[in-house]
Design a protein around this ligand. Sequence first.
Ligand code: GLA
Length: 387
Amino acid sequence: MKNSLLEKFANVFGDATNCEVYFAPGRVNLIGEHTDYNGGHVFPCALTIGTYAVARKREDHTLRFYSMNFENLGVIQSSIDNLTYKKEDDWTNYPKGVIWALQEKGYNVSNGMDILYFGNIPNGSGLSSSASIEVLTGFVLKQIFNFSYDMIENALIGQYAENKFIGVNCGIMDQFAIAMGKNDNAIFLDTADLSYEYAPVNLSDSKIVIMNTCKKRGLGDSKYNERRAECEEALAELQTVVDIKSLGELTEEQFEQYKDAIKSPIRIKRAKHAVYENQRTIKAVKALNAGNLEELGKLMIASHDSLRDDYEVTGIELDTLVAESLKQPGVIGARMTGAGFGGCAVSIVKTDAIDSFKENVGKAYLEKIGYPCEFYVVEIGNGPSLL
Ligand code: GLA
């Protein structure tokens, strides 16, 4: 991989002198969905698939970007002197946003760079290819310019770029999972204060199988911001009767006690999801740590039900994948993962049942939806590295 990337870099930029090769993973969230902007817990893990970069410092202020995933776009050029979001700059707005965020935070990016990217996370799958590029870019600049930030700050810089440069109001989960990834471990993160613990994922005779709806992304981002606003409004209503800073502070019982303060049935459903999902996540980590996979599976299924009925972010494609999964033998649990509205679902399946699982779910999905889905049997990987 390293050599073929260096060769490609030399083809695109003339030669590959003074280059280093870097990697950052994608992520999948096991449970704790739409809780990260509500002060709740999440339980994601980094994957062994992700994004590669070959990069070197330039003498001038020019930035030259090239992606092997968008070869038709060629080299896209910018300058470190005047970084603004430009639609025509396409995917390079992600690395540009990170360099901009570093400048905003006072880091002296003194030179331009040539950077080539290659990603093997399926595009638009909701396995965080954009957060992977962001964290990777922060990591590359940290190495090239000897910046002192740690990997949590690297994650926060990526989120800042996404929020303020790209304009998507995401939480910290994706960037944190990628920056702090650890082989064979999921990360139990409290988004209220960024305290975290690693939890070994021992699935014994089972594996994580990701199912991609392959649905073209539509209104995702605007619906995402809408859900966020609904939760903020519900929180403000609850704050008139109980002293809390976020929905993540409430137990299920407290929510039931105070929920009448929320004046719309829709907002009650949204807030209910945020509160119950947070509690489910805490229970799921306990179950996994105790080796109780059956309980983990039940909580994953309950999570999907809540995302479908109360949070309303699933849709026919994700619901079909999950419903068909749960009909198969050897399935421990399944749910949508990530923002929703398409993207992927995650399941835990007994290893010897995976072949029939893929065949049966794939067939049922094609019949119902009219185009095929994809399956990825994944491993949990590490955070960013220099190769
Ligand atoms: C997206 C966002 C995350 C998180 C999830 C939903 O992946 O980027 O911050 O909110 O959706 O859990």
